[in-house]
Design a binder for this molecule. Structure first.
Ligand SMILES: NC(=O)c1ccc[n+]([C@@H]2O[C@H](COP(=O)([O-])OP(=O)(O)OC[C@H]3O[C@@H](n4cnc5c(N)ncnc54)[C@H](OP(=O)(O)O)[C@@H]3O)[C@@H](O)[C@H]2O)c1
Length: 247
């Protein structure tokens, strides 16, 4: 085992596919007690078979966030790590956005992350926890801009600043808040790139390691940040992008 996560209780949002699924499986492989949110009950049986405890939850449903945490704290009296992974992207040109889509992206990618962090902090206080850990999944598009990513990029940049601010504000409660910035990862979110061979080649040319990332490539950074090896790391982000933003 690279990192010891045994007995740690972890909550990850959006575990039915992509990066969230890989993270949930990775934490289970490292003996963590994993809770994962999904929006559809059809995933429950499969997740249970993989020792992932499924919880039905849409991250925009801010009113039930407290219930989500209550379920876990009442059972374990603790939650060692919250991973805010659920997110959506968009290929809408900036000139074409309608308010409803803008609102949906901001609610899902930013507001939900904030309210989940806030609820986690409140429960940590209530249960008198003496340490805690939040990992927010941002993006390289939180660091650099690109075409057709205006609102998405904006929310991912906001996540990084939120991460730093909460890290400072909650340091005296020993709650570490860090982020991970994936590059281009092979999931449904990048399907439009994967399907267009010319575009895919262009993207790969811009990545020093000459491939898109796999969801599993994110697991190491998350395990590290959630582990006791990262006890003195807060307000930081780890870029997992095959070197793309080093160019
Ligand atoms: N793939 C990349 O290249 C890349 C790069 C940088 C950052 N990221 C970030 O990594 C995270 C995971 O993305 P991914 O690539 O794994 O994408 P994905 O395969 O599309 O998975 C997204 C996950 O988020 C969930 N989700 C979306 N909206 C939700 C909502 N309102 N409530 C609850 N769950 C919701 C989805 O559930 P449903 O299946 O129900 O929609 C799904 O489980 C996102 O935050 C994304 O921005 C991805």
């Amino acid at each position: 085992m690279i990192f010891e996560l045994k007995d740690k209780v972890v909550l990850i949002t959006g575990v039915n596919k992509g990066i969230g699924k890989a993270l949930a499986e990775g934490f289970v492989r490292h003996y963590a007690m994993v809770y994962g949110t999904v929006r559809n009950q059809e995933y429950f049986e499969e997740l249970k078979k993989q020792n992932i405890n499924p919880i039905l939850f849409d991250v925009r449903n801010f009113d039930v966030i407290e219930e989500l945490f209550k379920t876990i704290y009442e059972k374990h009296n603790r939650l060692d790590c919250l991973i805010n992974n659920a997110g959506i992207s968009s290929n809408t040109p900036a000139s074409m956005f309608k308010p409803e889509e803008v609102r949906n992206i901001i609610q899902t990618n930013f507001e939900a992350v904030f309210y989940l962090c806030q609820a986690y902090y409140r429960f940590q206080k209530k249960y008198k926890a003496n340490n805690g850990c939040i990992i927010n999944i941002s993006s390289v598009l939180g660091l650099v801009g690109t075409t057709l990513a205006s609102i998405y990029s904006g929310t991912k940049g906001a996540i990084l600043q939120l991460t730093k601010s909460l890290a400072i504000e909650w340091a005296n409660s020993n709650i570490r808040v860090n982020a991970i910035c994936p590059g281009f990862i092979e999931t449904d979110m990048t399907e439009n790139i994967q399907k267009k061979s010319q575009l895919l080649q262009k993207v790969i040319e811009a990545i020093p390691l000459k491939r898109l990332g796999k969801p599993n490539d994110l697991v190491g950074a998350a395990l590290f940040l959630a582990s006791d090896y990262a006890n003195y790391i807060t307000g930081q982000y780890i870029v997992v992008d095959g070197g793309m933003t080093a160019m």
